[in-house]
Design a protein around this ligand. Sequence first.
Ligand SMILES: Nc1ncnc2c1ncn2[C@@H]1O[C@H](COP(=O)(O)OP(=O)(O)OP(=O)(O)O)[C@@H](O)[C@H]1O
Ligand SMILES: [Mg+2]
Length: 606
Amino acid sequence: MKKATLARGLPAGLRATVEPLKRLLPYLGKHRGVAAAALICSVLSQGATLIGPKILQQIVAVVLEAGQRDQLPLLAGAIVAVAAIKGALSFAEIVLGARAGLSVVTSMRADLYAHLTRLSFGYFDRVRTGQLLSRITSDLEPVGGFCTWGFRMIFRSVILFAGVLAVCIWMNPRLALLSLSTMPLLTATAYFVGERIRPAFERAREQLGVVTTRLQENLSGIRIVKLYVREPLERERYRAASEVLRDRNYEAQRIDAAYYPLTGFWAGLSGLLVLWIGGMEVLHGRLTLPEYVAFEAYLLLLLLPMRMLGYMVSGMQRAAAAINRLTAILDEVPDVRDPERPVRLGRIEGAVRFENVTFGYTRDTPVLRGVSFSVRPGETVGILGATGSGKSTLVALIPRFYDPQEGVVRIDGHDVRALDRRELRRQIGIVFQESFLFTGTIRENIAFGHPDATDAEVEEAARKADIHDFVASLELGYQTPVGERGLTLSGGQQQRVALARALLTDPRILILDDCTSSLDTRTEHRIQTRLASYMAGRTTFIIAQRASSVARADRIFVLENGAIVEEGAPDDLLRNPESLFARLYQLQEQAGSRAGESGLPAPASG
Ligand SMILES: Nc1ncnc2c1ncn2[C@@H]1O[C@H](COP(=O)(O)OP(=O)(O)OP(=O)(O)O)[C@@H](O)[C@H]1O
Ligand SMILES: [Mg+2]
């Protein structure tokens, strides 16, 4: 691989820094025009810098030694001109560098998000949202800093260093070598401190993720926190996590702090050596005074980048630590992937078949055990079962959110693993157990899966979901904004918006996961009546808690502990007093009439 050749032969520690940074190359490549322009400006401006000491040498030689005072204004003018040119070039370099760096970060951010959207459900089950948030927001920062500033600093230092060294060797090789005498010490310092600082930054970054996760979860669950009066405890836990973050950052900063004095010391030492030995050279007549002055001026130019070496290395380590966390996302391979040559089904009929399907979220705890069934196109299936019996899991395999560990899920006779997922999912409408609304208007939420829908189509879907009358009663109607999690809507209203959203996509297979659980039986009944014609010709799975909710289905599956333990037409099951469905139905009917549910006045919709 090309990657390996570049870093091969580097010590492990250095490789650990260089490898992550190399991940930036494709992004730099994307913006190579601006990046190259910035670097060219940098080279030219360093070139201008190198002229300075030469003019100084001329001033000492011509004006001070030879006494040609009339030359002074000309030479002084030259210094000003060079400074002006250098300033202009620096300005261009910084502006272009910032542009290149920001473009790199923007591309990377877009890539991260795009990749996240490609990852499968299993990944989001595993990874905490807060960790992802902290990575995509705060971990991009040091990368941005490195791209806009750090990288350019290193580049210009290297150019300046090479330039100064070349001029110095040309002027006096002995003295030049002498000025380099502390370089090994400087390099060793940078290396050893760098070795320690990257892991320290990594630990701090990790903890930042923990703090962000805690904050994010506490804000999402603020009602629970308040209800259980957990504020003091949660405050304490947040403070403790913040303190760990502080300590880890402090540790990194402490190591970082050693850089500047150490590198500064070595740089100063080499300056002193040159001053001393160079002075002796002048006294022995092996070096002229103007040359000596110029030489010192050149070394002075080197002092700054040498002292800055620490900052550069730590900026690089910071970026490397952050990139490692970001590439962990980018390198995540989705466990559910499209086949090389997916079968193109076009419009599906909607036959769903499970063949001996076994599935668990982790390998050793199966949630579904050898589930087999066959559903005809257009059939309506009601799924009942105790909480945790695997109902939601079962339907999650139909749009291939997960792949079964054993067995096959077939749509129209094709293994779903052979199909194009986008094509498949576009024809499946799901109302999840927990409705989620995005920040935006009600219309935007309903039209989420079909943004080009006309107003009439949106309204039609809303009518079927029995939410239209409510929306129409709002002052802003469909343009009413709903909050982050649909905070302004009740649970039942949210469920119905989510239902309208699924209906609008005109799916071939419709899955309703407990989507009427927050509705009273009357509203549920009304929706069922309205949906009857919609469901005709579409395969529908209705998961429900109440047996009455699925009494109109063509067939009932009763799930127990991940297996279908009862199956049949509701009427047949009801006739059999031994059946689980009949027993559940009776139990719930009795409970319902005792609670006076059927005696409630007809609720206004909404
Ligand atoms: N994303 C997940 N990651 C790991 N385990 C999960 C996940 N979702 C569900 N489970 C587990 O799988 C089992 C079945 O869950 P599932 O959600 O399918 O049940 P359910 O029948 O839909 O229950 P309910 O009626 O409460 O919605 C449970 O033991 C649950 O802990
Ligand atoms: Mg469920």
